[in-house]
Write a protein that binds this ligand. Structure first.
Ligand code: PEP
Ligand code: MG
Length: 543
């Protein structure tokens, strides 16, 4: 048994085999070929190589779109290995001369070449090259074993280990198969962690990757966010029993919460705080409905863009927002305009790398700069508003001037839609309060918009000067800091003085230790990952 302590980034428990990201293994038999089977084995090798090249091209393109040229270059290297005569001749030699079956020949040739590179310790480049050879041979073995594209959809349940995952890689995971995520890097405040939580996949960060872990049976015990998370490899009987008990308790607690699905969000002394859901796509809207959300308080639309790696058209966005409006049947749906930048990158936008991306070119700053990006989204929202109760929310506001510029774009969009004879509807506009600047001028902002929504994730980041992506700073990321709470309180007061409602939509909204504080401040609604709604509803009803 090996027990490694990391930090919980998403709560929960899991039991499964450890699989490395993009590195599932296949079994290779040692059976040798009969002489008459040699030629067929050679053609199978060439056929598989052709497929591997096609797959590698596809992955290259996907990675280029999502992460840029530096990351995509790895796959160019993979293709070169597949086409390299040294590799091809080595495999053919093992088939012809040693009568190895094709998978054994690929594995043996791959190991020989990789070991050769691994011995050249004078430069890290050769170590990487060794890894590349092993990686591409795994891909070939996968194809030869008749498995689907070597991606994140394994056939068996896995605890996925990776150095780090991007938000879009996390979105691609299938929670049915990926039972847990273990990473070396990544903070609990990152969007990848937020997504893991909303997908219900437990996650631990701060665990070094060790090749020998692959294929081992493992348990993940992630009790409380930001506290110790345990990864146990080759668990013992008593640990398995503890896991089974925790699973059972968690399942029966979840089942008991179901009774609250249609209950009101009212305290015992009659105060109401509405509970809304944060979503990033259609699937989560279903979870929101299932959890009895009273509306969508934050639709993170950038994930619609990031999942495909390119910009959706106005029409595609219109369909997505219309669907959300219809699904929520008259309940309000707050659509946040694109909040790209920092860890949410869209390569096809071609944004330059920044030294300080969290403080950089992001969210409304990009939209105001690129009407070709902003206007189709505004048009799609106004058009979809005809089908339900949509609202629009602008991220990363820091000044009144930004709101005035947004207003100008909005006016143009309305004029254009009218001139084109398109059906559209007015929508209430809100501002996110996620910078100290916005909180400090929330009195002025409140006079310009119809509602406020406090993004405590970024508000904490900017108030405490803590990069939310930096896992080293997780211990300092204190969303309960008095400065953050004071800014929230000030914002709520200012919104109410101007007669508009205010919501909290950062991760703090689901922090039950603050529910009463927020109620006392007079916060009108809390918007959170749908999985937390019933737990917070129970809390509200007990106050
Ligand atoms: C926030 O900053 O609190 C927020 C809700 O926005 P995001 O987490 O998407 O940056
Ligand atoms: Mg934010």
């Amino acid at each position: 048994m090996i027990q490694i302590i990391g930090r919980t980034a998403a709560e929960g428990y899991a039991q499964a085999t450890v699989g490395f990201y993009g590195r599932q293994k296949v079994r290779v038999s040692a059976v040798l070929l009969l002489p008459e089977e040699v030629e067929e084995a050679i053609s199978r090798f060439h056929e598989a190589t052709g497929k591997a090249i096609e797959e590698t091209d596809r992955i290259y393109q996907r990675t280029l779109n999502r992460l840029g040229h530096d990351q995509a270059a790895i796959f160019e290297g993979h293709k070169m290995i597949l086409e390299d005569p040294i590799f091809v001749e080595a495999v053919e030699g093992h088939i012809r001369n040693d009568r190895m079956n094709v998978m054994l020949a690929v594995k043996t040739a791959g190991n020989e070449i990789a070991d050769h590179f691994a011995l050249m310790t004078e430069h890290p480049y050769f170590q990487e090259k060794a890894e590349d050879v092993r990686d591409i041979c795994d891909r070939l073995l996968f194809i030869l074993a008749g498995k689907r594209e070597k991606n994140l959809l394994p056939d068996e349940p896995l605890i996925l280990m990776a150095k780090a995952l991007t938000p879009s890689e996390t979105l691609d995971l299938n929670p049915e198969q990926i039972r847990g995520i273990v990473t070396t890097f990544g903070s609990g405040q990152s969007h990848a962690a937020i997504l893991a939580r909303s997908m219900g996949i437990p996650a631990i960060t701060g665990i070094p990757l060790e090749p020998s872990y692959e294929g081992k049976q493992a348990l993940m015990l992630c009790g409380q966010m930001d506290k110790e998370g345990l990864l146990i490899l080759d668990p013992e009987e008593d640990q398995l029993a503890e896991y089974a008990l925790k699973q059972k308790e968690a399942a029966s607690y979840q089942a008991s919460l179901k009774a609250l699905k249609d209950a009101e969000d009212v305290t015992t002394d009659g105060r109401t705080i509405q509970l809304f859901a944060n979503v990033s796509g259609e699937k989560e809207i279903l979870s929101a409905l299932d959890a009895g959300a009273k509306g969508i308080g934050l639709y993170r639309t950038e994930f619609l863009f990031m999942q495909r790696g390119e910009l959706p058209t106005e029409e595609e966005q219109f369909e997505a927002y219309k669907q959300a409006a219809l699904q929520m049947q008259g309940h309000s749906v707050v659509i946040r305009t694109l909040d790209l930048g920092a860890d949410k990158q869209l390569q096809s936008l071609g944004l330059a790398r920044e030294d300080n991306p969290a403080m950089g070119y992001r969210a409304i700053r990009i939209c105001l700069d690129k009407p070709e990006l902003f206007k189709p989204q505004l048009r799609a929202i106004l058009r979809a508003a005809v089908y339900g109760n949509l609202k629009i929310l602008y991220p990363m506001i820091t000044s009144i001037q930004e709101l005035m510029r947004i207003h100008d774009v909005m006016e143009q969009v309305k004029k254009e839609l009218t001139a084109e004879g398109k059906e559209w509807k007015e929508v209430p506009e809100g501002a996110m309060i996620e910078t100290p600047a916005a909180a400090l001028i929330s009195d002025q902002i409140s006079r310009k918009v119809s509602f406020l929504s406090i993004g405590t994730n970024d508000l904490t980041q900017y108030t405490l000067a803590i990069d939310r992506q930096n896992e080293k700073l997780d211990p300092y990321y204190d969303a309960h800091h008095e400065a953050v709470l004071k800014l929230i309180e000030m914002t709520v007061k200012n919104a109410h003085l101007a007669g508009i409602p205010v919501s909290i939509c950062g991760e703090l909204a689901a922090d039950s230790t603050l529910t009463e504080t927020f109620l006392n401040m007079g916060v009108d609604s809390l918007s959170m990952n749908p999985r937390n709604i019933l737990r917070i509803r129970e809390k509200v009803r007990g106050i």
